[in-house]
Design a protein around this ligand. Structure first.
Ligand code: PMP
Length: 356
């Protein structure tokens, strides 16, 4: 039986998508073989990838100036691929440090050129998003990099930065959970395994005018231009095939406005329960709380552990906080149904009644 899965990533996927994949795993329609056993240049896979791109264009409103790439190497590869393409050794890029993933992106960018950290919330265990008014942005930055949702600490930007240079965004853990103001961006990347599919594909959206600012002497596979121009090598076929199904599921649901409303409802329900008594305490500052990863603590680490164990016995799975942070983390990505959050809240009531 499938439990209520609150995993931070790879995360839960829509059951309907999993069933559809199961049903056609051995034989893709009219193919006599699985989609993962045939060429990435076959008409079947070509149609799948084209459909995934068309759905992304529709869901996000991406015009033809946007290239849609399905790359490998995870979001972690993007930490250096972005800088390798766009940060010259005599140039500067601005980064905002809101957690482990931003810290890693900054470390990789420093290998290539100048990095200015405009603001950091490390002083308070990354429990908040520094307000844009406090940022020290380097003039002449080739881009400003930010992490829209901080998976580990449960914080999320309320609004998109308004700086003059193109934004580069690590949207791994909130991609397609809310709309994007595309005109502000040069590049957006997201590992698929939280909101849009299984691990193995990284979605990269790059705007053509920004793409043209990349350095000329890039290794072929590292060059975004290679992948924007053609299908250069074997893409992560199975992952893209599943991403296409998740995108179709999202489109059928009513697209981003519809899922955004459900995401708000789920988060309101869970934060409302956390705030109702002092037994549970939210670890993210109220103005920075994530709608995707809800982090909280009980009165002691022992109670945290007991909560996680009893939750598991009640089919509420994968609620343990990040290994260096502790506490509880409930990841409630797009595919996590409202019923799962309702079950968690009901369990929280019972657990407090028994142990509070
Ligand atoms: N950025 C964010 C916001 C993440 O949550 C993660 C993974 N948890 C990463 C980057 C790293 O992604 P990957 O493991 O795909 O390299």
């Amino acid at each position: 039986m499938r439990g209520h899965n609150f995993s931070a990533g790879p995360g839960t996927l829509p059951t309907a998508v999993m069933e559809a994949v199961r049903d056609e795993l051995l034989e893709y329609p009219n193919t006599g073989a699985s989609i993962i056993e045939i060429s990435h240049r076959s008409p079947q896979y070509t149609a799948v990838a084209a459909s995934a791109r068309a759905l992304l264009r529709k869901l996000l409103g991406l015009g033809e100036e946007w290239h849609i790439l399905f790359l490998q190497g995870g979001a972690s590869t993007q930490f250096y691929q972005v800088a390798h393409n766009f940060l010259p050794s005599d140039g500067v890029a601005t980064y905002v440090n809101t957690g482990n993933w931003s810290t890693k992106a900054i470390a990789e960018a420093r290998r290539y050129g100048g990095v200015q950290v405009a603001a950091s919330s490390e002083d308070a265990q990354f429990s908040y998003i520094p307000s844009e008014a406090s940022w020290d942005v380097a003039e002449g930055s080739v881009y400003l990099h930010y992490t829209s949702n901080n998976t580990i600490f449960g914080t999320q930007y309320r609004s998109e930065p308004t700086v003059s240079m193109p934004l580069v965004c690590d949207a791994s853990s909130d991609f397609l959970s809310r709309p994007l103001d595309l005109d502000r961006y040069g590049l957006i990347y997201a590992g698929a395994q939280k909101n849009i599919g299984p691990a193995g594909a990284t979605v990269v959206l790059v705007r053509d005018d920004f793409l043209q600012t990349r350095r000329p002497d890039l290794p072929t596979m590292m060059d975004y231009g290679t992948h924007a121009a053609k299908l250069f090598n074997t893409p992560p076929v199975f992952a893209v095939y599943m991403v296409e199904k998740v995108l179709r599921w999202l489109d059928d649901l009513g697209g981003i406005p519809a899922i955004q409303a459900v995401n708000q409802q789920k988060a309101d329900l869970l934060y409302g329960r956390i705030d109702r008594t002092d037994f549970y305490s939210s670890t993210a500052r109220a103005d920075s709380r994530s709608l995707m990863n809800v982090t909280f603590r009980l009165p002691s680490p022992e109670l945290d552990a007991q909560f996680i164990a009893e939750a598991k016995a009640n089919d509420l799975l994968n609620l343990k906080g990040y290994r260096t942070v502790g506490g509880i983390r409930a990841s409630i990505y797009n595919a996590c149904p409202l019923a799962a959050v309702e079950a968690l809240v009901s369990f929280m009531d019972d657990f407090e009644a028994a142990n509070g």
